[in-house]
Structure formats: C-alpha cells, structure tokens
Design a protein around this ligand. Sequence first.
Ligand code: ADP
Ligand code: ZN
Length: 514
Amino acid sequence: MTPEKDNLHKLLKTHFGYDHFRENQLDIIQDIISGKDTLVIMPTGGGKSMCFQLPSLALSGTALVISPLIALMKDQVDALKANGIRAAYYNSTQAPEEIEKVTHDLREGHLDLIYVAPESLSLLDTLLQEIQVNLIAVDEAHCISSWGHDFRPAYTQLGYLKKRYPETPLVALTATADVSTQDDIAEQLSIPKAKRYVASFDRPNLFLDVRPGQNRIQQILAFLDNHPFESGIVYCLSRKSTEQLAQKLRDADHTAKAYHAGLDAKERAKIQEDFINDKTPIIVATIAFGMGIDKSNVRWVIHYNMPKNIEGYYQEIGRAGRDGIPSHTLLFYSYADTIQLRKFIENSANIEYQTAKLERMQQYAEALSCRRKVLLNYFGEFLIEDCGNCDICKNNPEYFDGTTIAQKVLSGVTRLKEQEALGMVIDVLRGAHNASVYDKGYQHIKTFGAAKDIAWKDLQQYIIQMINQGLLEIRFRESGRLLLTSLAKEVLFKGKKVQLANLVQPIVEIPKER
Ligand code: ADP
Ligand code: ZN
C-alpha cells in the first residue's frame, strides 16, 4: 500500500471505525484530495458522505458542504461530532448565539466541515473568502436540475461556486440521477470534466415483477395468501384509493392501514411506528410514505398504479429487502394508467421531460427483455448477463436471432449522425415518403427503406427492446435523439449477435374497477 493509501485507511479506522472502503470510495477520495472535480452517483445508504468527510480530514482547511435538508444536516453533524470530528452547520433556524459560535469557529479555522443550506450560503460569503476552503461538496446534487425529481430553485445559484473557487475540488453527490440529470448537474455546477463515479444500483435480492392491471384486488389478495405474515407496502396514486384498498384488505382479514399526507401528523407517526414494530404488517400508502423509514424486513412492495418515472419507482421498490433477503416487487401496469398519468403531467411544469420520463417508465413496464437490465440502463449501468430474477427472465418470451434487424437499426442511427429520435429513425428505415424525411434529405441516405418489410409498430417495439438491452441510448434532453452505446459497436463491428423477443400483444386494458 502506498503511504497515501495507508494514511487514508488509518483515517477511516480511527475516525469512523471502519476497516474497508466501499466500492468507489477510495478512488473518489483520492481524486478529491488531488484536486479533481467529481460526480458521485450512489444509492441511498451507499456511503456518499464518507467521500467528502474523509478528505476534509486529510486536507488542511475547512470543507464546505451544501445540503438541502436542515434535519438531515443536523443528524450528520451530530454523528460527526460523536466521532470527534469538528463539524458544524449554518442555517436559518439557528439562534443568534449559535450563529455567533459557528462563525467564530469557522473564522478561527476550528472546523473540519461546515454544512450550509443553499439559501443561507450568501450570508457566509464574506467569511468564506477569509478562510481556507479545502473542498466543496454539493450533496443531493440532483436538486439543481429541473430534470431531477426534486428540483430546488436555491440550488441553481450554486453555479458560481466553481467560478469563485476554481482551484478547489468540487464534488457533487446524489442517489438519483439518470444520465441526462448527470449531464445537467455537471453543466450547471461548471464541472464539465468531473469524473463520474456511478456505483451499482443493483439490488439483486429484489424480484422484479410486472403484471397486467386487471382485477388488481383479486390479484393482491392472492398474492397476500402466498405471502402470509410478511410485511409490505402497497403504493396507490390517490389518498382515496389508499383508504378504499386498505378497507378491502381489512374486509379480507388482513391487518392493513392507509397512510397519506391528508392524515394528521400524530396519526401518521403512529401508523409508521406500528409498521416498523410489525404491529401493522401492511401499509397502503401514497408516495408520501417511506421517506426516512428505516425498516429492514419489508418483504414486498406492490405498485397498484404505475409511478410517473423510474426514479420514483426505484426508490419505492428499494424499501423492500434492505436486509438482503429475497423480496418481491410487483407493478400493475395498464395502458389506462399511463393515460391518467399523462393527464397529471399536462397540468405541471416541464411537460416535455416529464413525458419523456413517463415513457421510459412505460417502456420498463412493457419490456420484453430482462427488466433489471432496463432499470439499470436507466441509471447508466449496462449489465451483460440477464438477471434471472425478474418475471421476464423467469418465463422467457420466445427469442429469435435479431442481429440483422439490429444492424440495420444501428447503421440507420449512425447514418442519421445520432441526431434523430425514435420516430424519425423508424420512418427512415421504413423508407417513408413524408415531408419531414424529405426536408432533411434523408431519402438519399443508404439505409433509407432498409427495413421497409417491418411494420411501423413492430419496428418501434424492436428498437425499444434494443434500448432496453443497452444497444441504444435515448437523450431526452436533446429531443430524444438516439445514440449508439459501446455495446452497439460490438454488434456493428465485432459480429456480436442480438436476440430479439417475438412480439406479443401489448398490455391494453379498459379500466373496469374505477
Ligand atoms: P448515503 O449518503 O450514501 O445515503 P451515508 O453516507 O449516510 O450514505 O452512509 C450510510 C452508512 O454507511 C453510514 O452509517 C456510514 O457510516 C456507513 N459507511 C460509509 N462508509 C462505510 C465504510 N467504508 N464501511 C462501513 N460503513 C460505511
Ligand atoms: Zn431479468
């Protein structure tokens, strides 16, 4: 071990009591110490904080940590202090004496880390100029992006940090960022060259299951019969449906409670507590439930309706099986749900990207290839092997050798210079004689009409499968244009074979239950 590594291990042991770094931690820490900007994507609980806490001890000066949640800030600082690390926070909730003490300690160089809410940062501006800032950490960095799921306007001011401290390493950290959001974070924080560390999002113990959304109640009751005494959560879209479903489960002799933001705080706390203590094994909830709930033995999560994006879905299923024991996740999917979700989106800001995210969720639900691949692709991870632990892997659809089709599609995308979205790619491959094709002169490119024997809908399905297999990437922020991945190049140039699934009827259902 190099002296530097040795020293870092010592700090890990003496300050935090741990013997080993987790995946990526050591590389990230070394990058930060050597002054490089980094972008860290790690699931919740993965150990992101260590990535800036440890360098703050190895470097002289004080680390500036931007953190959005005041409650979270306090917890982190308390935990650091308990480990004998000199940390403090600064935000709008503090009494004048407290603020006095913090600013004094900061000025005197008595702090290893200072946690600041983005809204309060400007108040510290002058003081920060006077001290030595050894690194800047932007926690929950997805909040900067309107592409993320938790946009916070105060975060958009953080772009000036890199300009003000060009020599200071900046590390942005988040648990949820698809590739587009990662790009946006890097751009807005002015860290275009930041090395990206994406820790694995895989939760192999979660069985991923999607079923058509017919007779959901009967399906749920049957599911519960097969999972007696297990604890789980059913997510619904509306408050009313949580109440109704909980009642139906109770009518069938299950111990179930509804949970949503319309209940008063005391009631909510009680329901949570009873769930954690296994008194109420089943919770029927809106997405308000689960944030900050630490219960390791949740054995299943059911989505009564499809969530509006993959980030939300991933977070919610992630509440199952934290103890690592096999757990079941079940998503009900119907076309009617997507129509309802589209209506919600129509009334919101950023319709375009929300629609793109919804479509990605829909592709996951309609996938004909390994679902875990689809899920991980979304976060920028590319699995080589099928997972063997999802409904598709368990009852494989019939595959055929789709290499020729795939090659046609990939070379079509190449000839369109990776500038065009799904619809145009299909039109060109099918040799469509329409104005948008002709306007761009695409009727002259070599792959025009190369797949004219395949119906439009079928070709669309094949290309979606290719996206889901990680052969193509969609850039939602750039009008949904399709790009080749490194895997695609193996198909084009190294003779790698592609299996495509025979098309089955898409799941379309007329809602009966509502
Ligand atoms: P995140 O911010 O990614 O959600 P945290 O930074 O809160 O996660 O870390 C989650 C837990 O993992 C904490 O209890 C932390 O002390 C612990 N942890 C972090 N790094 C290590 C390590 N190298 N070895 C053991 N535990 C670790
Ligand atoms: Zn699978």
